[in-house]
Write a protein that binds this ligand. Structure first.
Ligand SMILES: [Zn+2]
Length: 473
């Protein structure tokens, strides 16, 4: 079947066009998505982003690619320090709490495809080395408040987002600092202020800037170039632009990322979601009110690049639609319990199954168009119900179940869904390293989760005196 599947095309923000998806190394895909800053409740906008890229990873795996999906955890950043000051709590407690809640939300939403969650504070040596490299090459300069990237030195500045330096107004996420040479310059290293957590560096005690955390993590795991970077559109500027500027200036390799994918925003009744507007929906609250599979279906029943408008009514509408599909799968399961060998509905059902499988692959390989894929499944559900009424036999019904298994595997809807492909030694070692980092931090929940994930994929860990060893079961 593999040969007959359509080639995958991806909308690449860098070229603003759909292009064939060709990873650097044959069937291996290195994929990174910006993770959370655990300092507050994760909200539905995050949920939309992570469901989107969960499906991207699932589909690539379902097409036979070995995907290594890396997500960072911004466990030190201005907003965590703000929270620390507001609450008087230790920053590590804040991170542990909100990261834990985030993971619960992801599990409920069946976002299971991330291989490694990498913490920024586990990569301080890599961060320092990268900043030093940028200073040495003349792309960064030191002031009494920290180290800054000189955006006028990088000729590619603006190529991802299309923004020009002159258009940049110092805004919420680019701090005003009178020691900077240019308003657009951003901090790579921030000198410690009283009471702040800090690490040693050649420029004194301090902490990393937000953007350098991600390139330190990706370059140390993937090297100077990798395949796919995902994130929400809001992060394109300045965050992703800064990542490009740092990485390409540091390594000299262009492009740093081959495919940039950006997901559209989640709007609340036409407005951006903000705590200050009183329209903030935490994942936790939404999960307390609706079936997580319905939320997942709601996100996937739109194109990932389009903004979607959230409202309780829209979720309830999505719930009714999703229930129609569930009903079809329940009818199918009931028919499969004691099926006749053949039935009058067989020919029509077999034809419909062939058609939906082709339509599903065509939609998913066209820039992961889950909306079109779901539309094809709806049409199929009607045909399936007709065939069930006419009476269908074992082979035709099994074919229908196989089709739904494929939909579940890729979309993460219906019955759990699988999709984990074999891990290679490099990926296993990376996961073990992350687990050891977590244990050192006494984050045993994460350590246990990684052990469980590896176990699920047939990898057994042995903690020995000389370190962790692994073997395939
Ligand atoms: Zn990021």
């Amino acid at each position: 079947m593999a040969e007959s599947l359509p080639p995958i095309v991806v909308y690449n923000t860098l070229t603003r066009s759909k292009v064939p998806f060709e990873p650097l190394h044959d069937r291996q895909v290195s994929m990174f998505v910006c993770g959370i800053t655990p300092q507050d409740q994760t909200h539905l906008g995050h949920a939309k982003t992570y469901v989107t890229f969960d499906v991207v990873a699932r589909y690539l795996r379902a097409r036979g690619y070995s995907v290594f999906y890396l997500q960072n955890v911004t466990d030190i950043e201005d907003r965590i320090i703000d929270k620390m000051r507001e609450t008087g709590r230790d920053w590590r407690d804040i991170v542990r709490q909100y990261y834990g809640e985030y993971q619960e939300g992801m599990q409920a939403l069946n976002c299971t495809s991330v291989d490694v969650y990498a913490y920024a504070t586990d990569h301080i040596p890599e961060i320092v080395a990268q900043i030093q490299g940028l200073v040495d090459k003349g792309f960064a300069y030191v002031t009494e408040t920290g180290v800054y990237y000189d955006t006028t030195k990088f000729s590619g500045w603006g190529k991802l987002s299309g923004q020009k330096i002159e258009e940049l107004k110092p805004g919420a996420r680019v701090a005003v600092d009178e020691t900077k040479r240019n308003p657009a310059d951003f901090a790579l290293w921030k000198a410690q202020k009283p009471g702040e957590p800090a690490w040693d560096s050649p420029w004194g005690k301090g902490r990393p800037g937000w953007h350098i955390e991600d390139t330190a993590i990706t370059i140390s795991r993937f090297g100077p170039q990798y395949d796919l970077h995902g994130g929400a559109t809001e992060l394109m500027f300045p965050h992703h632009e800064a990542e490009v500027a740092q990485a390409e200036a540091y390594t000299g390799v262009t492009p740093f990322v081959r495919y940039w994918m950006h997901g559209g925003m989640l709007m609340i009744q036409g407005e951006e979601m903000h705590k200050s507007l009183g329209n903030f929906w935490a994942i936790k609250d939404a999960l307390g009110r609706w079936d997580p599979m319905v939320l997942r279906f709601f996100f996937l029943n739109a194109h990932y690049r389009s903004p979607i408008d959230f409202s309780p009514e829209a979720i309830e509408e999505a719930g009714r639609s999703y229930e129609r599909l569930r009903e079809a799968t329940r009818n199918l399961e009931a028919a499969l319990r004691a099926p006749p060998e053949t039935g009058p509905g067989d020919a029509a059902l077999e034809m419909a199954t062939t058609r939906v499988r082709a339509a599903f692959e065509a939609a998913m390989s066209d820039d992961f168009n889950s909306r079109e894929a779901i539309a094809a499944i709806f049409e199929y559900a009607r045909e399936l119900n007709r065939a069930l009424q006419a009476g269908a036999g074992r082979a035709a019904l099994s074919g229908a179940r196989d089709a739904f298994d494929r939909f579940a595997q890729v979309l993460g809807l219906f019955r759990g869904g699988g999709g984990g492909a074999g891990l290679d030694a490099r990926q296993i070692d990376a996961m073990i390293r992350t687990r050891e980092d977590a244990r050192r931090r006494k984050d045993f929940a994460t350590a246990d989760r990684i052990r469980a994930e590896l176990a699920e994929r047939g990898i057994v860990l042995e903690d020995t005196r000389s370190g962790v060893r692994w073997k395939r079961r």
